[in-house]
Structures are given as structure tokens and as C-alpha cells.
Design a protein around this ligand. Structure first.
Ligand SMILES: Nc1ccn([C@@H]2O[C@H](COP(=O)(O)OP(=O)(O)OP(=O)(O)O)[C@@H](O)[C@H]2O)c(=O)n1
Ligand SMILES: C[C@](O)(CO)[C@H](O)COP(=O)(O)O
Length: 403
């Protein structure tokens, strides 16, 4: 069984991609270079796009990078592009100002995760952990303890001293903050003292920052050697898993029902403890199946009064959260609704968009189909609606527990 249900903390992603990548070389700014066939920036954006809780993505780019950015992010519609500045700090500030204007009254308390485009390997698990900690504690920084002995060097290339490493950490991104507080810290910053990360400005503003575990794999692509190591790492295969889900709910007299997250006016309703959305239940079970993590009844027992009448998008979101915690990416879901009525065709596009939205996927990763059973069986007689679904997930190889 999994941990208690956690309704995902909402957050906004701010990805800074306005650098010129001088140390990496390569003729084109490193965030637009291909890594295993995909632009670095696209990998970074995709890492966030699949993370439950994401509210918006802002990408900050440099002057003259518009075409490279459009090509790297083609097909992604729900994203805002903002012009950057001469330094990372200026680029972050521009992004924060723009996001604040767009959010209006909601800006002050919103949580923003500020991330380097040059770190394409942040996992959804770490992104969520930063977001949840920022919600709880105000500011969160992923970091790893320093494990090597540290030396300071003299100008002539000899060792000047050994620097005590106890308590020292390497800071990573995404760094999470309340938007109002981090923007105030940026506005108050002394332009002469350039900060190398946003946590530094938060420290100077007196904000307490909570450390969360960073990830060794969350490297910042800085040099050509980093690119070579990243290519090597991506050549190691992930595991692909498929899960299936099946659900049935009884039809009784009513005036509407829910199917795949869409309310449909109808002269019958589906009976169930929750809103009885048979489509979302089957898709939820398919994802849980691919994770090998029980079924919807285990996570949301019908005996538990808190799920009475509950909207089923919460169940699907929970499955997506569990997937993110396992560093699993949902590649595709495919559901078939089995009923004589209501007709699914007029609602199919809305259902597809709704499921994609709940899972943080693009619509082309979601398929909704429907069939009748030629008036045969309980679905044919209009006594109930059934749904079957499959979900395909890509995830890090499982340890073989039998060994
Ligand atoms: N004026 C700048 C400078 C940097 N960045 C972004 O900040 C992140 C971290 O910076 P870094 O790795 O130093 O990138 P570059 O500045 O591009 O690299 P270099 O210093 O080698 O030129 C990168 O995603 C980079 O695109 C930015 O948005 N605006
Ligand atoms: C923000 C950062 O990635 C945290 O480690 C880092 O400080 C960026 O440094 P850079 O000099 O802009 O590469």
C-alpha cells in the first residue's frame, strides 16, 4: 500500500534559458543543443510538464533566441516566453516580474520554482518535493552534501589551505519560494553584488530556506564533458510498463453523469460511492497497474466517508503523483467506454483534453474511444456503463526483489 493521499501542491515553473553557454561551446547556446536527439530545453520543460501540481511554465530566453526556442518547444501551447537579461539574476527577475503581473492578486502567495534550463534531469519526484517544502516552509533548496575534501588555491597553483567541508552543500535548482517574497528579495538586491542563485538573495533578505535532498543526476550542463556524460547516461535504457484497468458502474434514473471528467446531461446517472466516473476510475487503475501499486479501492476505500461523492479527478491525480514519485513518465493512456448511451462522440474532445490536463500530458498522449455491445449484455440493456483502459509508463528499472 502507498503512503496517505497527498493532494498535490500547486506551483509555477520559471525556467531561465537566456544564457549563451560560453563554457560549453558548440556554436549554439547549450539549452538549444540536442541531447540524445532532443533539445536540452525541451527535456527540461518536459520534466516539469509531467509533474502533478504544475500551474504554468514561463521560459526566459535571450535576444535572438526566439527561433531556436520555438523550434525546441514546438507543439507546447500553454507556455509563456519572456525576454531575459544580461545575467542569470536579471533573467530570473524579468521572469518573476512577468509572472507576478499575470497572476495579479494570486501572485503574492503562489509558489514559484526557479530552474536552470541547463539542468534537464530534475525528476518529477524532486520537483514535487521542492514544491511541497516551499508550500510548508516558505523556501526550499535542493542540495547535496560536499563529499570531497576542499582546498583553496593560491595564485601560483599551490594549495593555500584546506577548507572545512562539514555542513557544506552543493546547491541545485529548482529552488522553490513564495512568489511575493522572492520577487521582493530580487528587487532589494544590490546590482553590484551578483548572486549566483536565488537562494542567496533569499538569504540576504533574511528568509529561512529549508534544504531538501538534491539528486546526483541533476547536473548542470556546463562544459562539453557534461554533455558527453549526459549522452552516455541517456543511452542506458529505462523500463517500459503497461497497466490495465477495468471498471463498471450501475445506471439508475437521474439527470446527469460524469464520464472521463466531463459532466453530461442524461436521463440516467451512474451509481457509486464517489461521482462514479467509470472512465477516470479505469484510467486510474491502469496507471496503478503499471506501477504495481494496488488498485483504486485500496487507495480510496469505498468504506471511507471522505470519498462519498468525491470528484474522481482527485483519484487520477493521485495516481499521477505516485508515478511522479517513482520517477515514472506516463507515455500514453487509452480508454474505451462501453455503453449504448449517452453518445460519447460529441464529448470525446473535451474528455481527451480533461484527462490530458489532469495528468499533465499533451492531448496526443491520451486516447478516448467508445463502443456499444450491440444491445447485448448489461451494457447493451442500459443497466450500466463499463470502461477498460491501458496506460504505458516509462520508469527507471525496478530492482529484482526475488534476488
Ligand atoms: N543572462 C543569463 C545567463 C544565464 N541564464 C541561464 O541560467 C542558467 C544557468 O547559467 P549557466 O549554466 O551559467 O549558463 P550560461 O550563462 O549560458 O553559461 P556560461 O556561463 O558558460 O556562458 C542557464 O540555464 C542559463 O541559460 C539566463 O537565463 N540568463
Ligand atoms: C543556480 C545554480 O545552478 C545553483 O547551483 C548555479 O549557481 C548557476 O551558476 P552559473 O554560474 O549561472 O552556472
Amino acid at each position: 500500500m502507498s503512503a496517505p493521499v497527498n493532494f498535490t501542491a500547486p506551483f509555477h515553473a520559471l525556467i531561465v534559458a537566456a544564457g549563451t553557454g560560453q563554457r560549453a561551446g558548440g556554436g549554439v547556446p547549450k539549452q538549444y543543443r540536442l541531447l540524445a536527439g532532443k533539445p536540452v530545453l525541451r527535456r527540461t520543460v518536459d520534466a516539469f510538464a509531467g509533474t502533478p501540481g504544475l500551474q504554468s511554465i514561463t521560459v526566459v530566453i535571450g535576444a535572438g533566441q526566439e527561433a531556436d526556442c520555438a523550434s525546441a518547444l514546438s507543439g507546447i501551447e500553454t507556455l509563456t516566453v519572456v525576454p531575459g537579461g544580461a545575467s542569470r539574476q536579471e533573467s530570473v527577475r524579468n521572469g518573476l516580474e512577468d509572472l507576478t503581473r499575470r497572476l495579479g492578486d494570486a501572485a503574492e502567495a503562489a509558489v514559484v520554482l526557479i530552474h536552470d534550463a541547463a539542468r534537464p534531469f530534475a525528476t518529477p519526484r524532486m520537483i514535487q518535493s521542492v514544491s511541497e517544502t516551499a508550500h510548508r516552509a516558505g523556501a526550499a533548496l535542493p542540495a547535496l552534501p560536499v563529499v570531497d575534501t576542499l582546498k583553496s588555491a593560491a595564485a601560483d597553483g599551490t594549495v593555500a589551505a584546506t577548507v572545512p567541508r562539514a555542513g557544506l552543500h552543493r546547491a541545485q535548482t529548482p529552488q522553490g519560494f513564495r512568489l511575493g517574497a522572492i520577487l521582493a528579495a530580487h528587487r532589494a538586491a544590490d546590482p553590484a553584488q551578483e548572486a549566483t542563485d536565488d537562494a542567496m538573495l533569499a538569504e540576504l533578505a533574511g528568509l529561512p530556506i529549508t534544504l531538501v535532498p538534491g539528486e546526483e543526476t541533476n547536473v548542470k550542463l556546463t562544459t562539453e564533458a557534461d554533455f558527453a556524460a549526459a549522452e552516455q547516461r541517456l543511452s542506458v535504457a529505462r523500463e517500459t510498463r503497461t497497466g490495465m484497468g477495468f471498471d463498471v458502474h450501475r445506471l439508475v434514473t437521474g439527470d446527469h453523469l460524469w464520464l472521463c471528467g466531463i459532466r453530461i446531461d442524461h436521463d440516467q446517472t451512474l451509481l457509486g460511492h464517489s461521482d462514479a466516473d467509470v472512465g477516470l476510475h479505469a484510467i486510474t487503475d491502469a496507471i496503478l497497474g503499471a506501477l504495481g501499486d494496488g488498485d483504486i479501492g485500496q487507495h480510496f476505500p469505498p468504506s471511507d466517508p471522505q470519498w462519498k461523492g468525491a470528484p474522481s479527478d482527485a483519484f487520477l491525480r493521485h495516481a499521477a503523483t505516485l508515478a511522479a514519485r517513482r520517477d515514472a513518465k506516463i507515455l500514453h493512456v487509452d480508454a474505451t467506454l462501453i455503453c449504448e448511451a449517452p453518445k460519447v462522440g460529441p464529448h470525446r474532445a473535451a474528455m481527451r483534453a480533461r484527462v490530458a490536463d489532469i495528468l499533465g500530458l499533451s492531448k496526443d498522449r491520451v486516447s478516448i474511444k467508445a463502443t456499444t455491445t450491440e444491445k447485448l449484455g448489461f451494457t447493451g440493456r442500459g443497466e450500466g456503463i463499463a470502461c477498460q483502459a491501458v496506460a504505458t509508463l516509462s520508469l527507471p528499472p525496478y530492482e529484482d526483489e526475488s534476488e
